[in-house]
Design a protein. Structure first.
Length: 129
């Protein structure tokens, strides 16, 4: 058997702020909260569920003392499911994201940053026609 991807860790200065932002973006909820970290998910993680098959990883926001200083080496891509790409970008901007230019030029996706400047992309819509 192989390993399972169970969590994605995001170093940050304000775990609660980022957890709130990403919960609104992804329709997740907080499943664990401590002073130094907040974990969010769309499901209730259990060893049994993880062993049964691939499941979406949780996101864990961990407090670190240093600010972000360079472009992310790993980022998330989002595909809207109930609206067009541009409508989703506007929703995310209203939640606190901002547009960023990382040298991507004209592309079919949009690059945004979360409230702590972590880049992510909004891809094509998966909304049924």
């Amino acid at each position: 058997m192989s390993s399972r991807l169970t969590e994605v860790i995001v170093d940050c200065r304000q775990p609660g702020l980022l957890a709130k932002f990403w919960c609104a973006v992804l329709d997740y909820r907080v499943i664990e909260e401590r002073s130094d970290l907040v974990e969010i998910a769309a499901w209730d993680p259990s060893a049994e569920a993880i062993l049964d098959g691939p499941v979406p990883p949780t996101l864990v926001f961990v407090r670190v003392p240093e600010p972000k200083t360079v472009k992310n080496r790993l980022h998330m891509d989002l595909s809207p499911t109930d609206r067009g790409r541009d409508e989703e970008v506007e929703r995310l901007l209203a939640l606190g994201a901002r547009r960023v230019d990382i040298g991507q030029g004209e592309r079919s996706w949009v690059v945004l940053a979360d409230p702590e400047d972590n880049e992510f992309c909004v891809l094509r819509s998966l909304r049924p026609s």
